[in-house]
Design a protein around this ligand. Structure first.
Ligand SMILES: NC(=O)c1ccc[n+]([C@@H]2O[C@H](COP(=O)([O-])OP(=O)(O)OC[C@H]3O[C@@H](n4cnc5c(N)ncnc54)[C@H](O)[C@@H]3O)[C@@H](O)[C@H]2O)c1
Length: 361
């Protein structure tokens, strides 16, 4: 029998090989008299929509499809505006439901559109990338970019439900799949040693199982459930991201862009070094984390000469204040603490350590 895992949050999260039946039943039970709009990008329209054979559900069959080009360049004010105009032209109302079918770009863009259109219409996320399944689609953070600045317009707004169908991942490019595993690594490191133990032996080119995805979502969900608006504990989810985001931006400036998960993997390695010096992570655990990152993602195109730019980019990040650079650090595998404010000198030492290790490999 097919395995269907249901996670109870403020809204249901379902993980299964195929989610068509679950999605269809949910709509019949809760939104049978709603008009349905589906948001997809050019790839998910081509590869994922055909997997949803909607002939058994009239509401879905009559849905209007809104499609945008794939990639981060669609997470913009202009595309958001065009989509709002299209919804108006199609007479969407508060009795409309938006279903976002795609990776984190679509769930962020569609979530923001739904949370703001006519002051809010309900939305459902159907994540189709691993990163969106284990991270972006659950947690209720939505947003779009403004110019070069990420997620500057956004909202905190939970979806009505999230349906993760593993079968979607079959067409996801291997590099995207590998990158998606990184947020699960983070979830294991900050809160679930068993998840870390399982994931460190996982082949990142192979599709994960429903149980692995569900375990990862549970970590995020538990934290978000206690601190939806990121006043405190939710900052745990930023582990690896203070340095990771700066490395991601640097890679774009250098014209050799890293995927989000790849940049966060390097951030995790370097912030683990900071954890060893500031919060007592053991040398053995640090080595294991660094070896895992190197084994899967190798070295990135950057060296000590890039440290001033990395520091500058870190200061521009909304996580950091004028007093210093704010980190979530590991105390041990499966345990972390927030709000460690470090100086540029301390961060520089960790970056130098990482670059010197990389050249030894
Ligand atoms: N809101 C949050 O909590 C949160 C958390 C993490 C990341 N994010 C956001 O998520 C985005 C990154 O997510 P992503 O990595 O999924 O990027 P993405 O949505 O751009 O998807 C990556 C690529 O994979 C393609 N794709 C997706 N599913 C596919 C499938 N099943 N088959 C074939 N191709 C497929 C997409 O078209 C795209 O080209 C960023 O915008 C980031 O800011 C948000």
């Amino acid at each position: 029998m097919a395995l269907v895992i249901k996670i109870e949050a403020s809204y249901p999260i379902v993980t299964a090989e195929s989610i068509l039946d679950e999605l269809s039943t949910f709509i019949d039970n809760h939104y049978s008299d709603y008009r349905i709009f589906v948001l997809a990008d050019s790839n998910t329209e081509e590869y994922c929509l055909p997997l949803l054979n909607w002939t058994s559900n009239n509401a879905l069959l009559e849905a209007d499809i809104l499609s945008v080009p794939s990639g981060e360049s669609s997470k913009t004010v202009e595309i958001y505006y065009n989509l709002a105009e299209t919804l108006l032209e199609l007479n969407a109302s508060r009795k409309s439901l938006l279903i976002n079918i795609g990776g984190g770009m679509i769930t962020d863009l569609g979530g923001f559109l739904a949370s703001s259109f006519k002051r809010g219409i309900p939305y459902i996320n159907v994540p189709t990338s691993l990163l969106a399944m284990v991270d972006a689609s659950a947690g209720g953070k939505t947003g779009i970019n403004v110019g070069d600045y990420k997620n500057q317009l956004g909202s905190f707004c939970f979806p009505e439900a999230v349906f993760c169908g593993i079968q979607f991942l079959e067409t996801l490019p291997k590099r995207e799949l590998k990158s998606g595993y990184v947020e699960s690594i983070k979830h294991g490191l900050i809160a679930n040693p068993k998840l870390w133990k399982n994931i460190k032996v996982q082949n990142f080119e192979v599709l994960p199982e429903e149980t692995g995805i569900a375990e990862s979502i549970r970590v995020k969900n538990d934290i978000v459930g206690r601190d939806f608006l990121e006043k405190g504990e939710r900052k745990k989810l930023n582990f690896g991201h203070t340095i990771g985001h700066a490395i991601e931006s640097l890679s774009h400036l250098k014209g050799d862009p890293l995927l989000h998960g790849e940049a966060i993997a390097y951030g995790i390695a370097i912030e683990s070094m900071l954890s060893q010096t500031h919060t007592g992570l053991s040398k053995m655990d640090l080595d294991e984390i660094r070896n895992l990152v190197n084994g899967h993602f190798g070295q990135f195109n950057c060296g000590t000469e890039d440290i001033p730019t990395i520091l500058k980019l870190m200061h521009a990040d909304k996580k950091n204040s004028e007093e210093g650079l704010n980190f979530t650090l590991l105390n041990a595998i499966g345990s972390c603490s927030i709000n460690h404010v470090l100086t540029e000198e301390e961060v520089t030492m960790a970056l130098e350590w990482y670059f010197s290790m990389s050249t030894e490999l």
